[in-house]
Structure formats: C-alpha cells, structure tokens
Ligand binder design. Structure first.
Ligand code: SIN
Length: 463
C-alpha cells in the first residue's frame, strides 16, 4: 500500500490533501480496539446513546457549510447538493437516535404453566463498514447511526477518492463524547482493508455500499467466519412513462432522478421506457430541460451538474454513449465533454439518447453518469419486461395517474424501491435496499436497525 493517498478536486484535478494510509498493524489494532470497547459501549443505556447521537447530529449541523464545501471539493457535487447531503446524513442520525430507545423485546405465552419465555435483542458486536465516494456523508451515517444506536461499535473505511468528509464527521463524533474506539475510521486500499475486515475474528458484521462484484466478494469472504452482511449494491433503474402520465411533472421528476449527483447514484434512472404515443413529446420536453442544466465546478453558485469522479468513471460513460450511437441511437442533446486526463478533470455534458435498444451497453451496465437513454413500448407488459430485464433490482420509477396501471406496475416490478409519480423516494425513515443482485438487507427506517441486532430467546423453567 502507498503511504499516502492523494485527494484531488475532480472539478480541477488540483490536489486538496494527502491522507495517511494506515498500515496493516494499525488496522488490526483498530479492529481490536473496536472489539474491546464493545463490552462497555453496549452496556451504556439506550437513552444515553441516543443523547450522544443527537449531539453528533447537532455538531454536524453547526459545521454544515464547512462540511458541504469539503464534500464538494473532494466529490465535485454542486454545493447545494452537498448541503442537502449534510441534512440527509444527519436525518439518519436523528432517526436512529430515536430508534435506539425503541429496541423492544417480547414475551411469548409458554406451552406449560411452569415456564416463561422472553425474547430480547442485543447488539451484534463490532461492525465494519465500507462506504462509497458518491455520498461520503450520508452512506456512512446510514450505517454508523443504527450500529451505534443498537450498541454496536463501528469502524469505517471511506472511499479512496473522498475520505475527507468521513474523517471530519468521525472527528465530530469524538468531539461530542462518543469514545474514539467506539467509532473509528481507517484509510487504505479497498481490497486490502476489505480482506482485513472479512478475515478478522473481531468483526461480526460487514456493511457495504458499492459495486455488485465487490459486494459478492465481500459476501464470499465473510463466509468463513459467518459474519452478518448488509449489501447495498449496483442498480439499473427503469423509469416508465405510461400513456396517461402528466408529462410536465414526469419530466421534472426524471431530471431529479436522472441527474442528481451528475447521475452518479445507485438509484439514478438508467433506462427511460416511454409509451410510444407520448415518446416524441416526452423526449422533446426532457431535452429542452436538459439543455438548460448548467455544468461546472460545484463550488460555483449556478452549477447543477458537477464533474465525473475520476477517469475510470468517465471512460465508462463515454464508451456507453459511443456504443449506443454506433448501434443506432441518436443524441438529442449532449455527447459533449470537457476532460483533461493530464490535469485530472472529467466533465460529461448531460445527454439524452433516443432510439435506444436492449443490445446497447447502456441498457445492460450501470452508467453512473448524466446520460438518459429512451426506449419506447406499446403494451404495459412490454414495459415491465424491459424494466425487469436486468440482474439488478434496486429502484424503479413510474408515472401514471391511472390507479390500475399503477398498482399493476407496483406488483410486477422486481425492485426494492418503487417511486410512483416520485423521482426522489430516498429518506431516513424508509427501508432502502435492493432485490436480486442489488443487495441484501435494508438500510433506513425501522428495518435499518434490525441487521445490527441479534435475537436471544430465554426460556425460564420451574416458575
Ligand atoms: C446511493 O446511490 O447508493 C444512495 C442514494 C440515496 O440514498 O438516495
């Protein structure tokens, strides 16, 4: 492993910081510390853990502007989105500060008069998290908050591209009195740290947000020590526009769903499936709106679309656009770039593609970029077939005001998150997660604390 990671601003390529990489010994020591501090932390009463979480949320909000600026510097997203992400991040802490006080057990009527049966919940132990660069604050708190609320200790490895926001948030947790061994971060290469996490006998749970291939290998590597796993993996979200949809509204929601964070989210729309009778009008309206999106440095006030995180991400997006064009698609807007490999910045202008078909790479692989491919359908079952024709099952969206069409689509779409006339369904109080190869388990909502808890059954005899 190199001794330091360089963190660059993806909008300019400039070096922002160099972050020390932890040695194998340091990471093993941190895992031991996390394990050793579990006994004490798990015994602290839930109201006190809740109070500490509330204080953590509060101090993050006090530092909101500074954190958002740091996030934009390392991630590139527009400042407005970074400010929104700080709120999104603290909403998880706020939610689980309350849930900490609601970890209930139950009693079960026994089958004899001489027994009592009690079911209780207890925290799992040390949780190791690996978090992505696209939401460096919220994807960490979505894991840390329920873990700490449940009484688990927590260690996180942030993405190499964006460690600074995470470091800042963990430092603030320590500032409000959450013990340093209870919530920790380590810096290192994904594969190497992932192996240390999965091989460690101290870690009881791995929670990961990132690509499906990495998730699969973490699941495999967790098998030897039978760790619990929560996996929030890739997506390829369909967005269906029914013939009766309110097109004006559907276009505005498509913009939100497709172009948030320059299309670099797991739940971003990746296929727009439009009824043949409205496809021309929808495409025209979408293109008009997309033309107005302002691309630039996220720190500039009007920017709506920031840079692509790195060269690898950029190359993938460009090759998907070119592949689609080569196979007969037409770019209604976009297919423009501002990139400099030497300096290290990569912008893709928002692109709308029409005449797309299922043989194009963009219809099969996750794009993670600001490209909106449009395909048309005749019958609703055809739309469902196109939507489900992917190994992914994270998010799906559809637009219709017909309740029969809506309930039919809901029943037949194989996705964990479904937005009906809603392009932005994510929130702290709801269960986020995917079907099929998009993951295992749920984060957020009342469901999101369960994966950090074990169920214990007590049978009392001779009463
Ligand atoms: C993700 O892209 O992984 C998360 C997006 C969200 O929480 O809405």
């Amino acid at each position: 492993m190199p001794k330091q990671f360089k963190v660059n601003n993806p909008a300019t390529g400039e070096l922002i910081a160099e972050v020390k990489v932890n040695s194998e010994e340091e990471i093993k020591q941190s895992l031991k510390n996390g394990h050793d501090s579990f006994e004490k932390w798990s015994k602290i009463n839930a109201h006190e853990r809740s109070r500490l979480l509330r204080n953590w949320s509060h101090i993050i909000q006090e530092n909101k502007e500074q954190i958002a600026e740091l996030m934009t510097l390392e991630n590139g997203k527009p400042l407005k989105e970074s400010l929104g992400e700080v709120d999104y991040a603290t909403s998880y802490i706020d939610w689980y500060a309350e849930e900490a006080k609601r970890i209930y057990g139950r009693t079960i009527p026994a089958a004899t008069e001489t027994k009592r049966i009690v079911i209780s919940k207890q925290p799992i132990g040390l949780v190791a998290a690996i978090t992505p660069w696209n939401f460096p604050a919220a994807m960490m708190t979505r894991k840390a908050a329920p873990a700490l609320a449940a009484g688990c200790t927590f260690i996180v490895k942030p993405a190499e591209d964006t460690p600074l926001t995470t470091i800042k948030l963990i430092e603030l947790a320590h500032e409000v009195g959450i013990p340093t061994d209870v919530v920790q971060y380590v810096i290192g290469d994904g594969k190497e740290v992932g192996d240390l996490f999965t091989n460690s006998e101290y870690v009881r749970k791995i929670t990961f947000t990132g690509s499906t291939p990495v998730g699969k290998s973490l699941i495999k590597n967790s098998a030897d020590t039978v760790k619990h796993v929560t996996m929030e993996l890739g997506g390829h979200a369909p967005l269906i526009i029914a013939e009766d949809a309110d097109l004006e509204f559907a276009v505005s929601q498509t913009i939100i769903s497709k172009f948030r964070n320059a299309g670099q989210t797991c739940v971003c729309t990746n296929r727009i499936i439009v009824h043949e009778n409205v496809v021309e009008e929808f495409s025209k309206k979408l293109t008009e709106k997309v033309k107005k999106l302002k691309v630039g440095n996220g720190l500039e006030k009007d920017t709506q679309i920031g840079p692509i995180i790195n060269e690898k991400g950029y190359d993938k997006i460009v090759s998907q656009i070119h592949d689609a064009l080569d196979k007969g698609a037409e770019a209604l807007v976009g297919n423009q770039y501002n990139a400099n490999k030497e300096q290290g910045y990569f912008f893709v202008y928002p692109t709308v593609l029409k005449n797309v078909n299922l043989n194009m790479m963009i219809m099969q692989e996750e794009t993670f970029g600001p490209v909106a491919p449009i395909i048309s359908f005749k019958e609703i079952d055809e739309a469902i077939e196109i939507a489900n024709s992917t190994p992914y099952g994270l998010a799906a969206y559809f637009f219709t005001n017909d309740y029969r069409t809506g309930t039919y689509l809901h029943d037949h779409l194989d996705f964990g998150i479904v937005g009906w006339n809603d392009g932005a369904p994510s929130a702290a109080h709801v269960p986020f997660g995917g079907l099929k190869e998009s993951g295992l388990g749920r984060e957020g909502g009342t469901e999101g604390i369960e994966p950090y808890l074990e169920t214990k059954y007590l049978s009392i005899g001779n009463v």
